[in-house]
Design a protein around this ligand. Structure first.
Ligand code: GDP
Ligand code: MG
Length: 335
């Protein structure tokens, strides 16, 4: 088992040594541990610091491309180097790297393909009351969209098996944390959670200026993923809502006529007509997005096969008896 620990970095020269020094040297069940730095166009000494600490794997972006792209490029590099598990941790030393040993256990035991370090946000001292509530609400929304029961959907401290990385495709430029959970949940990839305690804060978040920006951007990512994976849920509800609003004025009109009202009720009928047009539009969009979903599933199947050809079989078990992939492909997938 080869483990790659990847650290996406944008100007982390100050805190990177703390991260690198706390990465475990050996983990039972893991034959080899490699550290990978993804430098997203840092202008400080991040890369030099990494090299001074013995990091041999560095992916560099000449210009800042964002966290989601950095994650993707890191994963591709790790898979090409033969990684069986990829752990992601942050360059600001927010996460306890010594807990990586526990983080990879569910994957080693074959119990999960993604493991998330649960920061237990309600206990974090530097989080305000409002931020704690919002973290809980965010996780609840993601769980609903993904059909999961995870306590901390926004945590970036995670382990992914090779199989999970073959099946996940990141399309948003932001908030890939939320997106991966919604994808994984809908694709019936097993996700586990391990409680962790975060380290004291070293600096302010660079990803979000404030909690409202966090909420707005995460909300966008969640909505997009939800429509991608469950278009009918969204558009069927919209069709039903507009349909009901459209039919009501016509029913009222018929009833009033029956009891002898001779008025023409033009305004309410125009409103009803507009609502019925909106319902038909929502229905058409639902049909279109369902067709697009079929297309996406075929594309994703292709991508999975390409990754298998490029990087080798998804799991060692699949190599010999096919068991590894067979038991993981759940029965009821909402892909
Ligand atoms: N690639 C990339 N990484 C970033 C960017 N901004 C922050 N990071 C990295 O993403 C991780 C999390 O960033 P951080 O500022 O701690 O955000 P937090 O998760 O809200 O605490 C750290 O490892 C940062 O170095 C960015 O624009 N691009
Ligand atoms: Mg941080």
């Amino acid at each position: 088992m080869n483990l790659f620990i990847q650290v996406p970095c944008l100007n982390e020269e100050k805190t990177l040594p703390l991260v690198l020094d706390s990465i475990p040297q050996a983990i039972p069940g893991i034959d080899r541990i490699d550290v990978l730095i993804i430098d997203d166009g840092s202008t400080d000494r991040t890369v030099e610091v990494a090299r001074e600490h013995g990091v041999r794997h560095i992916v560099r972006h000449t210009r800042t491309m964002g966290l989601a792209r950095s994650f993707r490029d890191g994963v591709e590099y790790a898979l090409a180097q033969g990684a069986d598990i990829v752990v992601n941790t942050d360059g600001d030393n927010q996460y306890p790297q010594d807990r990586i040993t526990d983080l990879v256990q569910p994957i080693l035991k074959g119990k999960a393909d993604i493991v998330i370090g649960d920061r237990q946000t309600h206990t974090i001292r530097h989080f305000s009351f409002f931020k704690k509530r919002m973290q809980r609400l965010g996780s609840r929304v993601v769980n609903r969209a993904a059909g999961t029961r995870l306590p901390d959907a926004a945590s970036g401290f995670r382990a992914y098996s090779r199989y999970a990385l073959y099946r996940l495709n990141i399309v948003t430029t932001f908030s890939y944390c939320m997106e991966t959970i919604i994808q994984a949940g809908n694709k019936r990839i097993a996700i586990a959670s391990v409680p962790i305690e975060t380290n004291p804060k070293t600096r302010e978040s660079r990803l979000f200026k404030n909690v409202f920006e966090h909420m707005f951007k995460s909300g966008q990512a969640i909505l997009r993923s939800y429509i991608m994976y469950r278009p009918w849920t969204v558009f069927a509800w919209l069709t039903a809502l507009f349909g009901a609003l459209g039919i009501a004025p016509f029913l009222r009109f018929v009833l009033l006529r029956l009891i002898g009202d001779e008025g023409n009720h033009l305004q309410s009928l125009v409103f009803g007509g507009a609502m019925i047009v909106a319902a038909l539009l929502a229905l058409a969009l639902g049909i279109l997005s369902d067709l697009l979903k079929t297309n996406r599933i075929l594309h994703e199947d292709h991508l999975e096969r390409i990754k298998e050809l490029q990087y080798g079989p998804a799991s060692p078990a699949a190599d010999t008896c096919g068991e590894g992939t067979a038991f993981r492909k759940g029965k009821k997938q909402n892909r």
